[in-house]
Structures are given as C-alpha cells and as structure tokens.
Design a protein around this ligand. Structure first.
Ligand SMILES: *Cc1c(COP(=O)(O)O)cnc(C)c1O
Length: 402
C-alpha cells in the first residue's frame, strides 16, 4: 500500500474508480458548500477542540480496548481484544459521526437536522445530538422499519424528533435515504443532512470516515500501551462500512496490520438472501456514489436479508470497494446462524451482550484466531451493544418476552 492512501479521496471525491458525486444538478451546489465548510473546520483548532470536548464528556471517549481472555482461551490462537464502542452514549459507534456532523451544522448556522434511518440506530443518535444542541430534527424511516423497530421510534420521539414514514419502494432504508435527499434539496438553506454511514455523494464518505477515525487513532495509542505494539489483525462488521473504516483508516499505512471486513451472509451468500455486496455484488451507482452494489442484470437493486438490521444495506461505502480491489482489506461474510451463536457466546463467556452487527465480527474472529499464533493479537470492533436486539434474538430462539 502506498503512503498516499491516507490522502484519499482525491479532490473530486474519488477512491480510485469509486465514489464521486452522482446526483441531480440541484444537489451539486449544497454538496460543494458542505465540502468547503468541512475543509475549513477540519483545519480549525477551535472546532477540533469542541469536537474533542464532546467526544470526551458527552460520548464518553476514549472507549476501552478490552482483552477478552476467556474468548481467547476458548478459541485458541491469537489473543482477542474488543474495542468497546458499545460503551459509547447511545450504545454504538454511530454517535461519533453524529456529534461531528451536528457540530458542523451548528457552526454553519443551520437550525434543522434531517437524517435517514433503517433500524433506527442512526435516527436515535441524530435525535440525541439534535436535542442537546437545540436543533429541530426530522428522521425519515421506511414504513416497514417503523413497524419492526417500535422501541427506537419511541426513543426518537422522546428525544423530540419527528419521525416521517416513507411508503415508497421497499419501504426500508434505501427509500428513506432517497426521501431525505429530496428534503435536503428543498430545504437546504436552514437544513443539514446527517448521513449515517460512509455512503452517499462526496464529501459524505470522507466526512463520516474522518469522524469515526477516532476509533482507529485510539487503538494505535491503546495497543502500543497495552500490547507494546500494533495489533496483527483488525476485524469489523461492514454494513455501510463506517465502524470498519473508522477502525481501519488510521492503520492503513502499516502493512503489517492485516484487516478483515465482515459482511452479512444472511442465509448464506450462495442462497442470494444476504447483504454482502463486496462478497457477491458488482460495481454500480447507488445513493450518489459508485461502489459495489447488489443489483440484478437490469441494474435493479436487489432485496437484502440479514438478521441484523444495521447490516441490511445493498451498497457499501466506496472506500471499501477500492480497498477490496487493491487487496488491502479482505472481505468475507458471516451467516445469520454463526452471528447468533457468537451473540450468545460473547454474552456467556465475557459478560458482554454485543449488537447483532458486531456479533458478525466476533464470529469471524473465532474463525481467524486459531489460524494465528498465541503471541499475535486481534482487535475486534465491538461496534455496539445488543440491548436493541434482544427481541429479535428471543423471537429467533422461540422465546416470548410478553
Ligand atoms: C449501524 C450499525 C452498524 C453498521 O453500520 P456501519 O456503517 O457499517 O458501521 C454496525 N454496528 C452497529 C452496532 C450499528 O448500529
């Protein structure tokens, strides 16, 4: 990997042949303004100090790098470390990004935040930070998702957000994203659109990555302190790819650190019922950028399936597509069953109930660890906690929670 990897995307938002800005003319100017504003604030020590303050005192950073020694003992091979993003305020890595983007919104004088959400996690993280900053918040959510995720819908309402049901298309995340874009075009003067993952048109994949990169930066410091050197391997689940790129990006320049991105294999990649565009998709355009997507021969976006709502997306951030093509990161898929087994195992032997998304990463670490030496180290990004998933898991296990 060349040293200049860390400099990407280029000035037009390209990661090699991926990324870019495939949007209607009306969105070009707002995106350009956002890019300019971000470049300015990124270089502003006062903005960075404010961001650091929020990450420390509101989010609760740094999150611990925890040695999962019972897991290590049970699996054999490399030592397992869990990066505890589940301990952040609101219970996942997503708040790293919403805190950053909301601060941008405030500095730009915007009074209204909009966001899209699938399972509701990004909606809750956006509503949370909007409440704290006294900004109005509107969250677009597929009508089917609203029905499936009622606790998160209620949380958003408690936080003062308005949740708008989206009834077009498949009534899920990808339609909510389209609707949020439409709102933004109409209300760009007072409105800031907080995208929840490293997808969308430039500069979003870069912006969301930068705000999540605090995870990888902390891992560099913590592993040198606790292990005495950098880890040998990193493992993270990949939905849109924000928690994974947040962990990977600061370490891309160290070729000795191997990286593994874990997609949702659903019922099995060979069944077609999955959410693994890097493992089984091909390049195309979705939500304003060129990247690997799941589409049929006519370019129609295919339905996805995963037990974890947060991984259930037919596209992936463009930077991951590029890292895949270059071979810098290995991408694999873990099926629902293996993720569920790891969900239970992590709870039982470490006393940590992981998010179902994160359980995919844990499941792959279980495959990887025994192939490595005892003196080697794997850092697994525990992207979130599993409280939100107990209803899904109980239902799958045939247990009624009343
Ligand atoms: C949303 C979510 C994910 C997937 O999103 P990425 O952008 O791929 O990180 C993973 N884990 C948790 C806990 C989530 O809430």
């Amino acid at each position: 990997m060349k040293d200049d990897t860390l400099q990407y995307p280029d000035s037009r938002g390209h990661f090699g042949p991926y990324g870019g800005r495939f949007v209607a003319e009306t969105l070009m100017e707002p995106l350009r303004q956002l890019e300019e504003a971000y470049a300015q604030f990124k270089a502003d020590p006062k903005f960075q100090a404010e961001l650091d303050f929020d990450l420390k005192h509101y989010v609760g950073r740094p999150s611990p790098l925890y040695p999962a020694d019972r897991m290590t003992k049970a699996w054999g091979g490399a030592r397992i470390w869990l990066k505890r993003e589940d301990l952040n305020h609101t219970g996942a890595h997503k708040v790293n990004n919403t805190v950053g983007q909301a601060l941008l919104a405030k500095h730009l004088g915007k009074t209204r935040i909009i966001a899209e959400t699938g399972a509701g996690q990004h909606g809750v993280a956006s509503a949370t930070i909007a409440a704290r900053l006294g900004l109005k918040c509107v969250v677009y959510m597929g009508a089917d998702d609203i029905e499936r995720q009622s606790p998160n819908v209620y949380r958003m309402k408690l936080l003062g957000a308005e949740v708008v049901p989206v009834t077009s298309g498949t009534r899920t995340l990808k339609d909510a994203l389209n609707e949020a874009m439409r709102d933004w075009v109409t209300n760009v003067d007072d409105t800031f659109y907080i995208i929840g993952t490293v997808a969308g048109p430039h500069p979003y994949p870069m912006l969301v990555r930068d705000f999540n990169a605090v995870v990888g930066r902390e891992v560099i410091v913590q592993s040198r302190e606790q292990i005495g050197r950098l880890p040998d391997a990193l493992v993270a689940c990949v939905g849109g790819g924000s928690n994974a790129i947040g962990l990977f990006h600061p370490l891309l320049g160290f070729p000795e650190v191997k990286m593994y991105g874990v997609e949702a294999g659903g019922d099995g990649v060979e069944t077609g019922r999955h959410a693994a565009p890097l493992s089984a998709g091909k390049p195309g355009v979705l939500h304003g950028n060129r990247t690997y997507i799941m589409a049929d021969e006519n370019g129609q976006i295919q339905g996805t399936h995963s037990i974890s709502a947060g991984l259930d997306y037919p596209g992936v951030g463009p930077e991951h597509s590029w890292l895949k093509d270059q071979g810098r990161v290995q991408y694999t898929a873990i099926n629902d069953d293996a993720a569920l087994a790891s969900f239970h195992e992590c709870a039982r032997i470490e006393g940590i109930i992981p998010a179902l998304e994160s359980a995919h990463a844990v499941a792959y670490a279980k495959v990887l660890a025994p192939t490595m030496r005892k003196d080697q180290n794997i850092v697994v990004n525990l992207s979130g906690r599993g409280d939100k998933d107990i209803f899904t898991v109980a239902k799958h296990d045939g247990i009624s929670l009343g």
